[in-house]
Design a protein around this ligand. Structure first.
Ligand code: FAD
Ligand code: UDP
Length: 389
C-alpha cells in the first residue's frame, strides 16, 4: 500500500491533520490507531443501558478561539452545556473552583462576609487567583484562608491524582482551577462551550469521512511502518516510545475508570463531584448531564489515578514539572533531526497538558507549516530516512 501520509493516532491531533491534509491538499492519508476506535481520549459510546458515556473521563469542549470553534463546528452542532463541579468538603458539597459561593457554604455568615470583603479589596471582583500564589499573600487572614483551601481542596486531590504535592508540579497545574473571586459556579469561563450534539465519535467520523482518508484500527505503528509505503508521517503517540526510550521513560500519569449503572434517574446534581479528602478515586462523573438523555437509569464513572507503566496501562497525562521537561527536551532534539519528514504533535508527542481546543490549535498550526513547506517545495522526499531514525 502506498500513501502520502501516515498519521499515527486518531485522536483530535491526528484527526484534524488527516482532515486538513485530505480536504485542503488533496493528498492520501492513512490514519492508524492501536485502539479499536477513533476519537482518541475523546471517544464516546452507548453502554448496554443506552447511556452515552465518555470512555476516558468527562470531556467538555471549551475554547476562546473563534477560529478553533468554527473549525470544529463544521463537523458537529452543539448541545449548550456549562460545566459545574462540586467537591465534598467537611461533609458538604460545595462549588469548585473555590469561589464566593464556596466561602458562604463553608464558613459562618459573618466570617464569610468579612473574607469576601478582604478578597475583593485585595484582588478585585472577577479575578482568578492560583492557590500557590494566594498562599504567599502577606495579609494574614487571606493566607489562613489560602491554607484552608489548600488543605481541603488541593492537597489530597493532587496527591491522589499525581502522587505529588501541588508545589512539586508546575504552578500551571493547580492554576487550572484558581480561586475565583466571583459567584460564577461554572468550571470554565470560555466564550465557547458545549458537547457535540451527536457525540464526539460521530464528530470524528465526519471529520474522517473524506475519500482520501483511510482508517486502520487495532494497528500498531511499528507493525504498519514496515508494511506500507508513505512519504511523510505525523506521530501523535508518546515521543519517548517513538525513540525506543533512548533517554529513559518519560513519566506519565494513568487512570482506571470504573463504570457503574444505577437504577435511579439522577445520581448527583452536577456532572462531576470531586473527592479531595475521602476515597481512592478523585471524582465521580455522571454522564447523563452531558447528553440529558431521558432514561430511567444512570451510569456513573469513578476515576482512580495510578502511575503509568509502559505496556500495562495508558499514559493519559504528561506530568508537568521541570525535571520532566528537561528529559522531554532531549527527545525534542532528536525529533528535530527528522524535521519536515516526521511531525510530532499532540498531548503525548509534545508532552504538554493540552485541552481539546489546544490540541486542535496545535494541529491547525502544524497543518499551516506543512502547507507552507509544500508550497515552497522545501519538503524532502526520502521516506528511507524516516525509517532509519
Ligand atoms: P489522544 O486523544 O491521546 O490520541 C492519541 C492516539 O494515539 C490514541 O488514541 C492512541 O491510542 C494512539 N496511539 C498512541 N501511540 C500509538 C502507536 N504507537 N500506534 C498506534 N496508535 C497509537 N480536554 C478538554 O478540552 N476538556 C475536557 O473536559 C477534558 N477532559 C479530559 C479528561 C481526562 C480524564 C483526560 C485524560 C483528558 C481530558 N481532556 C480534556 C484532554 C483531551 O483528552 C486531550 O486534549 C485530547 O484527547 C488530545 O488529543 P491527542 O490527539 O493529542 O491525543
Ligand atoms: N485540583 C485539585 N482539587 C480539585 C480540582 C483540581 O487539587 O478539586 C488540582 C489537581 O492537581 C488537578 C488540577 O487541579 O490535577 C487540574 O484540575 P482539572 O480539573 O483541570 O484536571 P483534569 O480535568 O485535566 O484532570
Amino acid at each position: 500500500m502506498k500513501t502520502d501520509w501516515l498519521i499515527v493516532g486518531a485522536g483530535f491531533t491526528g484527526t484534524v491533520l488527516a482532515e486538513r491534509i485530505a480536504s485542503q491538499l488533496n493528498q492520501k492519508v492513512l490514519i492508524i490507531d492501536r485502539r479499536d476506535h477513533i476519537a482518541g481520549n475523546a471517544y464516546d459510546y452507548y453502554d448496554d443501558h443506552g447511556v452515552l458515556l465518555h470512555k476516558y473521563g468527562a470531556h467538555i469542549f471549551h475554547a476562546n478561539s473563534e477560529r478553533i470553534w468554527e473549525y470544529v463546528s463544521q463537523f458537529t452542532s452543539w448541545r449548550p452545556y456549562f460545566h459545574e463541579v462540586q467537591a465534598l468538603v467537611d461533609g458538604k458539597l460545595v462549588p469548585v473552583p473555590f469561589n464566593l459561593n464556596t466561602l458562604d457554604a463553608l464558613f459562618p455568615r459573618t466570617v464569610a462576609e468579612q473574607l469576601e470583603r478582604r478578597l475583593i479589596e485585595r484582588y478585585g471582583l472577577g479575578v482568578k487567583v492560583p492557590i500557590l500564589r494566594m498562599l504567599e499573600d502577606e495579609d494574614l487572614e487571606l493566607k489562613e484562608l489560602a491554607k484552608y483551601i489548600y488543605r481541603n481542596i488541593f492537597e489530597g486531590y493532587t496527591k491522589k491524582q499525581w502522587g505529588l504535592k501541588p508545589e512539586e508540579l508546575d504552578a500551571s497545574v493547580t492554576g487550572r482551577v484558581p480561586v475565583f473571586i466571583s459567584r460564577d459556579n461554572r468550571y470554565f469561563q470560555d466564550t465557547y462551550q458545549g458537547i457535540p450534539r451527536l457525540g464526539y465519535t460521530e464528530m470524528f467520523r465526519r471529520m474522517l469521512s473524506h475519500p482520501k482518508i483511510h482508517i486502520l484500527l487495532k494497528t500498531e505503528f511499528r507493525e504498519i511502518a514496515e508494511r506500507v509505503s508513505f512519504d511523510r508521517m505525523i506521530f501523535t503517540g508518546a515521543i519517548d516510545e517513538y525513540f525506543d526510550f533512548a533517554y529513559g521513560q518519560l513519566p506519565y500519569r494513568s487512570l482506571r475508570f470504573e463504570m457503574r449503572h444505577e437504577l435511579i434517574n439522577r445520581f448527583q446534581s452536577v456532572a462531576v463531584v470531586n473527592y479531595p479528602n475521602e476515597h481512592e478515586f478523585t471524582r465521580i462523573i455522571e454522564y447523563k448531564h452531558f447528553s440529558d438523555q431521558d432514561l430511567p437509569g444512570t451510569t456513573v464513572g469513578y476515576e482512580y489515578p495510578q502511575p503509568h507503566k509502559h505496556g500495562e496501562n495508558t499514559p493519559y497525562y504528561p506530568i508537568p514539572r521541570e525535571e520532566n521537561r528537561a528529559q522531554y527536551s532531549l527527545y525534542l532534539k532528536k525529533a528535530e533531526g527528522l524535521k519536515g519528514k516526521v511531525f510530532f504533535a499532540g498531548r503525548l508527542a509534545d508532552y504538554k497538558y493540552y485541552d481539546m481546543d489546544q490540541a486542535v490549535g496545535r494541529a491547525l498550526k502544524i497543518f499551516n507549516e506543512i502547507r507552507e513547506l509544500q508550497s515552497l517545495h522545501l519538503e524532502s522526499p526520502a521516506i528511507e530516512t524516516i525509517l532509519e531514525r
